[in-house]
Write a protein that binds this ligand. Structure first.
Ligand SMILES: [Zn+2]
Length: 479
């Protein structure tokens, strides 16, 4: 299949020079970008009769598909369940964990399908998913149905708290925690061997662990080393809040990133989710180890992680650390919309620091695309519109009030447009979202099913009870 998209109003290539083309054309051969350039140059290089399909790009703009560098697809049924006045640790231990302990395999499948549907509508073409509480095959099934690209895994932990908090059952603890790092890593290796490279390479399976208190140091370090040996990546939550950093300091005499580094666990195949509490010398440490960071602005806003107060994301980017954008789970952030993350990141540091040249729209678009692709170790194939790369991109409808009028497409994209103006989302040379529909999904039936499953899971987990704790001392001592 050979497609020409001609006379696009603009093409944001997100190549090294951040090239912006006007009156541009793109040639797609099967799953790849065969050519991109000015409409005149493309017309000279390719005979009109060589195309199977020609799309009129007038009143359309194109940019690379967004890469969500941190998401929890298995948690998509938990939208707007937990209160929005909890700090990260109470939120995780007293709300999120009990909820996810009650999620069934069926819930996970429908949650993943729902999450992917939201992503495709919002222009996301690839993700780094923290993984299933069961078998990654559940997520892979939803990826097969929709055609999206992504990294997934088997979400693992191995460090039970000394005492089970209220609301947790023994069964829940056993479901959540492997008995030790060795058993966990054996299971994760089996998952990588089974699913990495599935669906014609659209699926990558990593050695993913939860990270921080629910994982031993041995599991953190072992995950990175196992991933290295298997030629894949690993991702986990770390330095997610100032509370976590202070408890780490009290127990081990240093902040979380330093603790992992001292044990030899940082590497260029590791993506740290959040990285909110990071000291100046740890920014340099991340840069020297090639370790990547997935910054989740909406999650930080909702949970008060302190991105603007203590976050070092602009310093990380300036030091050469790959900083991608993530949505986190819908319970933490509320949405799976990278355009919202772009808008936030292109304003929050300017405003907090009274400095309008810190983390601009240009950097925000890079963070949502090519930097995310680097985090996923997939930038050789995705993240920019360049010849030979996969045809993963978004077409924007410019005959939309949000785009009327505009001169600079980059500013209009980041500060004016929303996902409401997305006309099509392409992955692997196929328009997976078009004509207002995610192809291959009965969206109305999906929403009805999701509502029914979510309500049942909330009841099972007892989270309709408002007396659930809003603070925690879990893991403060011991472990
Ligand atoms: Zn997360």
């Amino acid at each position: 299949m050979r497609t020409l998209i001609e006379h696009l109003e603009f093409a944001l290539l997100v190549d090294k020079a951040d090239t912006v083309l006007r009156d541009a054309s793109v040639v797609v051969d099967d799953d790849r970008i065969a050519d991109v350039g000015s409409a005149a140059a493309i017309a000279k290089r390719h005979a009109a009769k060589s195309f199977d399909q020609v799309i009129d790009g007038r009143m359309l703009g194109i940019c690379p598909g967004f890469v969500d560098s941190h998401v929890h697809l298995s948690e998509t049924l938990s939208r707007a369940v937990f209160p929005d006045n909890l700090n990260t640790r109470a939120w995780v231990f007293h709300w999120a964990k009990p909820f996810y302990a009650h999620i069934t395999e069926e819930d996970e499948y429908w949650g993943a399908l729902l999450g992917i549907t939201e992503m495709l509508r919002n222009g996301t073409t690839c993700f780094i998913d923290m993984g299933s509480q069961y078998d990654p095959g559940i997520t892979v099934r939803a990826m097969e149905q929709t055609g999206i690209r992504g990294v997934t895994g088997r979400h693992a932990a191995d460090n039970r708290p000394a005492e089970l908090p209220r609301g947790w059952t023994e069964e829940m603890a056993q479901h959540h925690f492997f008995p030790n790092a060795e058993v966990a890593l054996r299971e994760l290796e089996a998952c990588v061997r089974k699913y990495n490279g599935a669906l014609g390479g659209r699926v990558r399976c990593w050695v993913n662990i939860e990270g921080k208190e629910p994982c031993t140091l041995e599991l953190h370090v072992g995950a990175q080393q196992l991933a290295k040996r298997l030629g894949v990546g690993t991702t986990y939550h770390l330095a997610t809040s100032i509370e976590e950093a202070k408890i780490c300091e009290a127990k081990y005499g240093c902040w979380p990133i330093t603790r992992i580094d001292r044990a030899g666990g940082l590497g260029d195949n590791l993506v740290i989710a959040h990285g909110a509490a990071v000291a100046d010398d740890e920014v340099a440490l991340l840069a020297s180890r090639g370790t990547k960071v997935a910054f989740c602005p909406c999650s930080s806003f909702k949970l008060g992680k302190g991105a603007t107060a203590i976050g070092k994301y602009p310093e990380m980017a300036a030091a050469g650390v790959t900083v991608g954008l993530g949505t986190d789970g819908v319970s933490a952030a509320g949405n799976m919309n990278l355009m919202r993350q772009m808008l936030l990141v292109a304003g929050m540091f300017k405003d907090a620091r009274l400095q309008p040249d810190v983390f601009t729209a240009r950097q925000a678009l890079r963070a949502a695309t090519i930097e995310g692709a680097k985090a996923a170790m997939w930038d050789d194939e995705i993240g920019s519109l360049e010849v030979g790369k996969k045809a993963d991109f978004i077409l924007f409808d410019l005959d939309h009030v949000e785009w009327t009028p505009f001169l600079d497409p980059l500013q209009a994209l980041v500060y004016s447009a929303s996902t409401a103006s997305i006309a099509q989302t392409w992955v692997d040379g196929r328009a997976l979202y078009r004509d207002g529909k995610v192809q291959g999904v009965d969206e109305k039936a999906l929403r009805a099913k999701a509502r029914q499953l979510a309500a049942a899971a909330v009841q099972r987990a007892g989270l309709h009870d408002e007396s659930v704790e809003t603070t925690t001392t879990l893991y403060d001592e011991g472990n």
